[in-house]
Design a protein around this ligand. Structure first.
Ligand code: HEC
Length: 491
């Protein structure tokens, strides 16, 4: 633990990132797809003399500019805020490797935000050809942001062997391009482009369905609805192929995880990812169906209600796909290198011999009692995926295990033998014997059933748990699991 731990009760830090990221993706994917849609629609309208389309495109560009320049930009910053607090170690690794990538990204962001505003405010004020060029400038800039961020996001799943070979040596940045164009870079880019194009169609349908204008009603609505619906066609045809490609390039640990989920669906240990992947599949298929039968086949009857239902389905699809994308990376935050709890694979041996807490920079080592030690072990190694009583609740998962079986579960996590199903989604537990013991004490303390069991079976544990329970201030030890902002960046 080189950084303080941010304990978010109930939803956990993962969902702070998750909620912001899902909203951000909804807008960011539209920012890229819509960026392409606007100049293409404008060019088509100019070429085919469809004057009635112009007010719709203009109105759409206003909605587009406001959404991307406010919600898109703010949630983008929000992601930085959240990952910096929840995953400081991984964020630091990413920045050290990709600082030049982000520098490029931000140049394109500035061009993107500026040209979106210029595009909207210069409607009917500058020559049409020039206006169209501004639209294309936007499209190119926003496409470049996708091309760059995709390198960094796909890196997190598959950093690639040449980067892994130098990871931890200080030479990581020398493999910038290898890490950037990593094994899942291209399939992931294709999937994202297809989703962007689909989002362009979805939001355009929303704008069109809300347009109340007589000339548009008579002359434009049907053709424009149908044309916009056709932006979703690649989803039907190309997406399955792109997904299979992505799946083929996925690392073995992710494939094992999916396999585990599928083989034990309904009863097994890791079925959320499988269920979520199915939700993503079904919502996408439903979107395709609604768009085809309503917008494409019967464009006349296509209403704002239809459009909104597609937007909400798209939200569900984005949410579940993002969740699945995050889940298949388990137990890693950077595939094959760093676990979700910030422990690097090459640090495990050291932590086991020297101790985990004793190697942590900011822990007040001497004055800790056993329970406080256990709580810190939990904060450092489990809290990145579990909460105490909320999301993936430790209390629920420990259930009515007694002290002995908790300890044996922890020991099996510690040994992390390759045939242990837990190692497919949980990092090995590191630390010395007494630290693991302290963690088990804390976990037992967390659950009522554990405490009852402890009293009969393990007097020592029960005694400590009781003292702490009865002490007027159970947090007497100088441990702060909820550091204020001032503690952030103490490293
Ligand atoms: C990389 C994320 C991750 C980390 C870190 C993690 N876990 Fe888990 N853990 C999971 C997932 C995913 C499950 C499956 C949850 C489910 O099936 O609902 C799980 C399940 C469990 C279960 C239930 C197992 C069972 O079969 O009943 C226990 C107990 C558990 N974790 C303890 C821990 C402890 C203790 C730590 C810290 C040392 C820890 N976990 C760290 C992801 C993680």
């Amino acid at each position: 633990m080189n950084y303080p731990v941010w304990n978010v009760p109930v939803i956990g830090g993962v969902w702070v990132i998750g909620i912001i990221a899902i909203v951000h993706m909804m807008v960011a994917l539209f920012a890229v797809g819509g960026g392409l849609y606007l100049p293409m629609a404008e060019a088509k309208a100019m070429r085919e003399g469809r004057e009635s389309w112009m007010p719709v495109i203009k109105k759409h560009s206003r909605f587009f500019m406001i959404l991307t320049n406010t919600l898109g930009a703010v949630t983008g910053v929000g992601i930085w805020f959240a990952i910096g607090l929840v995953q400081p170690e991984a964020t630091s690794t990413l920045i050290h490797n990709f600082v030049f990538g982000w520098a490029m990204e931000w140049v394109f962001f500035i061009i993107e935000l500026t040209s979106a505003a210029v595009y909207y405010y210069s409607w009917d004020r500058i020559p049409k050809e020039l206006h169209l060029k501004v639209g294309w400038l936007y499209a190119i800039a926003s496409f470049c942001t996708l091309v760059i961020i995709n390198g960094i996001l796909s890196f997190m799943l598959t950093p690639g062997q040449s980067w892994l070979d130098v990871a931890g040596t200080g030479q990581e940045a020398s493999k910038f391009w290898m890490a950037f164009f990593n094994p899942t870079y291209f399939p992931s880019l294709v999937v994202r482009i297809l989703v962007c194009v689909a989002f362009a169609g979805i939001y355009a349908l929303l704008s069109i369905s809300r347009m109340e204008d007589e000339t548009f009603e008579k002359k434009g609505r049907i053709a424009m609805t149908r044309w916009s619906a056709s932006w979703l066609l690649p989803i039907f045809t190309l997406m399955p192929i792109a997904f299979l490609w992505y799946f083929a390039m996925m690392p073995n640990f992710s494939k094992d995880l999916l396999q585990l989920g599928f083989s034990t669906i309904g009863s097994g240990a890791f079925t959320q990812v499988t269920r979520i992947a199915l939700v993503s599949l079904f919502t996408t298929a439903t979107i395709a169906g609604v768009v085809y039968f309503f917008a494409y086949k019967h464009p006349k009857e296509f209403s704002p209600g239809h459009a909104w239902s597609i937007v909400f389905l798209a939200l569900a699809a984005t949410g579940s796909t993002e969740y699945a994308r995050e889940a298949i990376r388990k137990p890693y935050v950077i595939g094959g290198h760093m676990y979700s709890n910030s422990i690097r694979r090459n640090e495990i041996a050291d932590f086991n011999t020297k101790g985990y807490l004793t190697s942590s920079m900011w822990v007040a080592k001497d004055s800790l009692d056993e329970l406080a030690k256990g709580k810190l072990m939990f904060a450092g190694q489990c809290l990145s995926c579990h909460t105490e009583t909320g999301y993936r609740s430790m209390k629920r998962l420990i259930g009515d295990r007694d002290a002995e079986s908790v300890l044996s579960l922890l020991n099996s996590l510690h040994e992390a033998k390759s045939d242990n199903p837990y190692v497919k989604y949980m990092p090995p537990l590191v630390g010395k014997k007494d630290e693991i013991q302290a963690l088990s004490l804390y976990l037992v303390h967390l659950t009522k059933a554990g405490k009852a069991g402890a009293e009969t079976e393990e007097p020592a544990v029960a005694a400590t748990a009781k003292t702490v329970k009865e002490s007027p201030n159970p947090k007497a030890a100088p441990v702060n699991l909820n550091p204020g902002p001032a503690m952030i960046g103490m490293n």
